[in-house]
Ligand binder design. Structure first.
Ligand code: C5P
Length: 221
């Protein structure tokens, strides 16, 4: 039942991007025996009651373990909206996860769900910024005031549905909920939860998986 802390958790895995910076659909790249997309689905499967996968229109991507597969749109927000439309009305928590982040751990998913169950309208994993950031207008930005945002992001289902019903566009759904007056909780992200963007990121991800496998970490499963 919604609001009693035990309602269903559904995860929308968005994989409808063109991967222009990667040079092709990066979620189909192989990463230590499974595609990037399949790895993202597999962890979502373990942490959610249901999984909706959003793929590019017309693509016949192999997807194991999804409850529903829907077509995405031209923007990430449209893809999220299309996925959200396939989430059952009774879901209490909706997670949105980029297929391009195949190393998010089960513990990270659990922290995000817990923050929403604890009362936040949205919960986002963040990590500190290690680079010095330069403003193009001149000067550097105080990086102590900055955090880099990852996925999975978690939402009280009604809060996410409300912003998407208005057709709002952003690369970050939590920003939309916040602009709508919702509360956003920050949870500790993971340095290893990198977003595959360029081909070299795949090599880094493979190395991280090897290291996690050697030490028994849960993103290596
Ligand atoms: O392009 P970027 O890496 O920021 O995309 C983040 C995630 O959003 C990727 O997993 C990508 O497949 C997804 N996406 C989508 N539909 C779009 C654009 C991006 O599902 N139109």
């Amino acid at each position: 039942m919604a609001g009693d802390g035990t309602g269903e958790v559904w995860c929308v895995v968005v994989a409808a991007g063109s991967g222009s910076r990667f040079g092709g659909p990066k979620h189909l790249a192989e990463l230590r025996g499974r595609t990037v997309l399949q790895r993202s689905i597999d962890v979502a499967r373990r942490c959610a009651d249901g999984v909706v996968v959003v793929v590019a229109p017309g693509s016949d991507v192999g997807v194991d373990g999804a409850d529903v597969v829907v077509a995405g749109g031209d923007s990430r927000s449209t893809s999220v909206s299309n996925g959200l439309a396939a989430v059952p009305a009774g879901a209490e928590v909706v997670l949105v996860h980029d297929a391009a982040r195949p190393l998010a751990s089960g513990s990270l998913f659990a922290r995000v769900v817990e923050a929403v169950r604890d009362g936040a309208d949205a919960a986002v994993p963040v990590v500190t910024v290690v680079d010095t950031i330069r403003d193009l207008d001149g000067g550097t930005v105080d990086r102590d005031r900055l955090r880099a945002v990852q996925t999975p992001q978690g939402f009280r289902a009604a809060a996410l549905r409300a912003v998407h019903a208005r057709g709002a566009e952003a690369t970050d759904d939590a920003a939309l909920v916040e602009a709508d007056g919702g509360t956003v909780a920050l949870v500790e992200g993971e340095r290893a939860n990198l977003k595959i963007t360029e081909p070299a990121d795949l090599d880094v991800a493979a190395a991280l998986l090897d290291r996690a496998a050697a030490s028994g970490g849960d993103s290596a499963s």
